[in-house]
Design a protein around this ligand. Structure first.
Ligand SMILES: Cc1cc2nc3c(=O)[nH]c(=O)nc-3n(C[C@H](O)[C@H](O)[C@H](O)COP(=O)(O)O)c2cc1C
Length: 207
């Protein structure tokens, strides 16, 4: 079995936002997809460790901002590499507007939005799969949507070489953000410099 097959799956990228008890928050996700029509339904998988997951469980509503190829890495850093448990991601940030459901949508580096109400949740162990119906949606720009591979090739900063094997052939790749550690084994206490996830979230790849 070659686990690299998982990297052949294609994804879009989104800012998933929500609001609960006056607290607004959001995170980057690559898992939003249309799962049905009539009514149109969106499905998305959110890690239970994410503060956004906890807030959606409480509010039963979310918005999706579709990220475009014109997005800056700063957008990914703000929403994907820190938790709303530790920081207010909307502090000192002007590129959003609050929709009728009280939830922000991102207005810069995005090309469309959907506002959704949760109709079903599925417990998938590490993640919760939310299914929602769309209450409102609009196109914001004609810029092409940003795929996960476009992000990896054109937006994400190139990884620094932080260690090397004599052969130079083994890397450990962060399964959250794609950062690559060169060297083997990865130190047990290694923390991803981009998304701050631990060594246990890295997988060994032999090139
Ligand atoms: C490119 C990229 C894709 C990501 N995709 C997902 C995803 O599909 N599901 C998920 O739960 N987290 C995903 N994340 C991680 C969350 O965005 C990240 O853990 C975030 O800091 C959680 O913030 P929160 O605790 O405020 O909710 C992704 C991060 C990046 C940078």
């Amino acid at each position: 079995m070659d686990t690299k097959a998982m990297f052949k799956l294609t994804y879009g990228l989104f800012v998933l936002t929500t609001e609960s008890n006056g607290k607004i928050n959001g995170c980057i996700t690559n898992t939003a997809i249309q799962v049905a029509n009539d009514p149109t339904r969106i499905g998305l998988a959110v890690n239970k460790a994410n503060y956004t997951e906890e807030l959606i469980q409480a509010s039963r509503k979310f918005n999706i901002s579709v990220i475009g190829t014109d997005a800056d890495f700063a957008l990914f850093k703000r929403f994907g590499f820190q938790s709303g448990r530790d920081v207010d991601k909307f502090a000192d940030f002007a590129d959003y507007t609050i929709k009728e459901n009280g939830i922000p949508v991102i207005t810069k580096g995005t090309n469309a939005f959907m506002t959704c109400s949760v109709t079903e949740t599925f417990d998938l162990g590490s993640h919760t799969f939310f299914v929602g119906t769309i209450d409102d949606m609009d196109v914001l720009s004609d810029t092409e949507s940003c795929s996960y591979s476009y992000y990896q090739s054109n937006i994400k900063p190139k990884p620094e070489k932080v260690g090397e094997t004599p052969s130079g052939k083994v890397i450990w790749r962060c399964t959250v953000c794609g950062y690559e550690y060169e060297g083997d084994p990865i130190p047990e206490d290694f923390i991803c410099p981009l998304c701050k996830h631990p060594a246990s979230d890295f997988e060994r790849v032999v090139l």
